[in-house]
Design a protein around this ligand. Structure first.
Ligand SMILES: Nc1ncnc2c1ncn2[C@@H]1O[C@H](COP(=O)(O)OP(=O)(O)OP(=O)(O)O)[C@@H](O)[C@H]1O
Length: 290
């Protein structure tokens, strides 16, 4: 894992442009108002860039990723992908875009069909988009190589792989249709620390090779800091801090971001002492509860 935050991606053109997005889930009780999970969220992503979306459980991160994928009830606002409005887009048009916007989920144990061999899992989206069987086999070999899995992996079932290897399969499947944007929803949080680092490095390497952009959703600021060019901090359905990775993760302005930063593990004892002191100062200033 590289230690410093990543430098900003250079291409300023925007691939995803979300403006004032409001998502409301229906409430269960009779005549109860809907629950507003996103309250006017605006965020953009440039080609080849990683934007980290960080926040505590329930803050709305997954909901935002789902809104991009057309899986959350957007009440108002706009989400443009490559200048095309995704909100309210007809299903047929959405299907056409399916290859360009892909997703990698958190749990590599449930996101792969256990009854399908890896080659089938990787071939399925290719065949659905009209790729011939012969070409699909060539692509499977290329994808396995791209994610660092042995070339004979295609014949095996998901249960024969470790969590990290399964997540590599999930990444390969997401890459099959050469997407320009991947929503990565907590893609490493189910993995142990050293596997996390290897999967993060793989994502970076793929991005450098292909120019794919990531929305990287995580509750872990340390992980987000490692992979992101820019960071958005989400709190109770709103973005409270948003900008280049280094200033936000090194010197956050919002008390909530400081709290997240303090929750991130720091192995260096001197840094831990500094963090304890900073935490104490924040408690004294009333920005944090003891
Ligand atoms: N389908 C749904 N129906 C009703 N409420 C929902 C639904 N999905 C999410 N919520 C609520 O919306 C809020 C945001 O949830 P979301 O899953 O987006 O948060 P998150 O930040 O991704 O949390 P986590 O890290 O735990 O996944 C939560 O209060 C959640 O209970």
């Amino acid at each position: 894992m590289s230690k410093s935050p990543r430098k900003s991606a250079e291409n300023p053109r925007v691939i995803l442009d979300a403006r004032d997005v409001v998502v409301e889930y229906p409430s269960k009780g009779f005549r109860r108002p809907p629950f507003r999970a996103l309250k006017s969220v605006s965020l953009d992503i440039r080609p080849g860039e990683t934007v980290g979306l960080v926040g505590e459980s329930g803050s709305g991160k997954t909901t935002f990723g789902r809104a991009i994928l057309g899986l959350a009830p957007v009440a108002s606002g706009s989400i443009k992908y490559d200048n095309q409005e995704l909100v309210g887009m007809a299903k047929a048009d959405r299907r056409r875009l399916a290859g360009e916007i892909q997703v990698v989920f958190q749990d590599p144990y449930t996101s792969l069909n256990p009854a399908m061999a890896i080659a089938e899992i990787l071939t399925e989206p290719l065949i659905a988009q009209g790729t011939s069987n012969a070409q699909a086999s060539v692509e499977v070999a290329r994808l396995l190589d791209q994610v660092g899995l042995p070339s004979d992996s295609g014949e095996r079932l998901p249960r024969e792989f470790s969590g990290g290897q399964r997540q590599r399969v999930a990444i390969a499947r997401a890459l099959a249709l050469k997407p320009r944007l991947i929503v990565c929803d907590e893609p490493v949080s189910a993995l142990d620390l050293s596997t996390q680092a290897r999967v993060l490095d793989l994502l970076v390497e793929i991005q450098e090779r292909t120019g794919v952009a990531y929305l990287f959703v995580s509750h872990d600021l340390a992980v987000v800091r490692h992979i992101s060019h820019r960071v958005a901090v989400m709190y109770h359905g709103e973005i409270v801090e948003y900008g280049d990775c280094a200033p936000i993760t090194e010197n956050p302005e919002h008390p909530y971001t400081r709290r997240l930063l303090m929750a991130a593990p720091v192995p260096d004892p001197a840094a831990q002492r500094k963090r304890r002191l900073e935490r104490q100062l924040l408690v004294e200033a009333g920005a944090l509860s003891a």
